[in-house]
Design a binder for this molecule. Structure first.
Ligand code: MD3
Ligand code: FE
Length: 219
């Protein structure tokens, strides 16, 4: 049994601090901690309606990280490419509504990072288990890159890879912990980024999982 205690030992002192990653990218440490249990409970209702699933890449590979969505638009991947759609392709139904507490959290975090009036219309939920990763990419399927992206980390910690404007640019490795909220906008919005393979562990709230919520204005 790996001892996961030390994984969290460095986390508590960070809560309430900010880690600046760039001129317009910041991690608000522990911003969602007080709401984590409520977010988790709400998330169960979303997942009951629209379960996590492995989507296909345009190249036909199964993505290692299963995902789902809530809100008016959901990010999808298939042989036909990446796109936001109003309906869940598995069920044919609309994605679950954006829970008000989700939208409020994203709006308030964006405001605290200097982005006023952010009202997300898409929330993508990624479910990582130990060994899974997200390879380096840019987010460019949204209509207006002027809006920031807000991300909320729940559960197991991750090493976020923060690159530059070109794929070959070196990456900074940034630890992300349970309850951290990150905001990325402006000139940092199109940076390459990814998530290194998640380490083994157990989290008291999520078990052997890291759930990441990303909020976007996609349409
Ligand atoms: C930096 N998800 O879903 S969220 C994604 O932890 C994605 O699940 C990661 O990248 C995750 O597309 C990272 C943080 C994030 C999201 C979008 C960004 C960082 C970003 C866009 C530009 C720069
Ligand atoms: Fe991304």
């Amino acid at each position: 049994m790996p001892d996961t205690t030390d994984l969290f030992a460095d986390q508590a002192p960070l809560a309430g601090t900010r880690t600046a990653l760039g001129p317009q990218a910041v991690v608000l440490r522990g911003w969602a901690l007080a709401q984590a249990q409520a977010l988790w409970d709400t998330l169960q209702a979303v997942v009951a309606q629209a379960p996590f699933r492995h989507m296909l890449t345009p190249g036909g590979q199964s993505m290692s990280v299963p995902l789902t969505n809530c809100g008016p638009l959901g990010w999808t991947s298939s042989r036909a490419g990446y796109r936001y759609r109003p309906d869940d392709p598995d069920s044919g139904q609309a994605w679950p509504a954006m829970p008000p507490a989700f939208g409020r959290l994203a709006h308030d975090a964006a405001q605290s990072a200097g982005f006023d009036g952010f009202t997300p219309d898409a929330c993508l939920l990624n479910c990582y288990t130990p060994g899974t990763r997200l390879s380096l990419h840019q987010d460019r399927n949204e209509r207006d890159f002027g809006w920031p992206i807000v991300s909320v980390s729940l559960g197991l910690p991750a090493t976020f890879l923060w690159g530059g404007a070109r794929r070959a640019d070196p990456c900074l490795r940034v630890p992300l912990f349970h309850g951290d909220v990150a905001v990325w906008g402006g000139r940092d919005r199109l940076r390459f980024h990814g998530v290194a393979p998640i380490g083994a562990g157990q989290h008291p709230l999520t078990g052997a999982q890291r759930i990441n919520l990303t909020f976007r204005r996609a349409g």
